[in-house]
Design a protein around this ligand. Sequence first.
Ligand code: GLU
Length: 257
Amino acid sequence: MRIVVKIGTSNLCDSQGRLDAEKIDGFSRQLIKLYQDGHQLLVVSSGAVGAGIGAVGRRPRTVQEKQALAAVGQAHLIHAWHQHLGTVIPAQILVSGYDLTVEERRRNSSRTLEQLVAWGILPIINENDSVADEEIRIGDNDTLAARVACLMVADLLILLSDVDGLFTDDPNRHAGAQKIVQVSWVTREHFNATAESGPFGTGGMATKLQAAIICQDQGIPMVLANGQVPEVLSRIIAGDRDCGTWFMAHRGEDVEK
Ligand code: GLU
């Protein structure tokens, strides 16, 4: 299977926003295993701004400060992946909105990614936060991951976050909130379950639902799951419905291929 995995800031950084080597090591082990099983992988890795905050010891107060911290943090982020991926070679790909929407740039982006995948190299993709302005920003990595999944005609998008999936209500505020196992169509009601994003990441539930809509429209299934669940990637690929919320693909396709 060709799989895009998005790993959020909260899964990669500690509570102070510093990159957490143990967490990167854990995901690296899981990714290496999937490679050995013959899957084609692309990773959308957040954590640049968070890593920058940890490295410089400053919280951003302006857009410029955030962009500057992303420039520092992105280097730390790729270095950390490189250190933990063993024999799997990572490649850094930084994109803006244009690279995924303007036809010629889209073609260039997909050609490069296809070449890396063909070589068995792991593309580690992030938004080019340091130079992206309002006009060309994608804004969050959930949307970026969904667009990459469409560009690369992936079989599955896995969004890893610090939530167990989509709930009937915000589980932080409603004790009785239930995890939804499967979503056939994203509707307005699902957006009622929106939760705020964490201190260092971007997004919250709304961007995850937007990502699901983008994927569903293109016939790509998506699973939203908690990155802290042990062996989460293998469990999802094995079709374990206890893990996360499964957003079904349209065009008659099912997640279990
Ligand atoms: N591109 C941002 C970063 O690397 C993350 C955006 C997001 O998490 O949605 O820090």
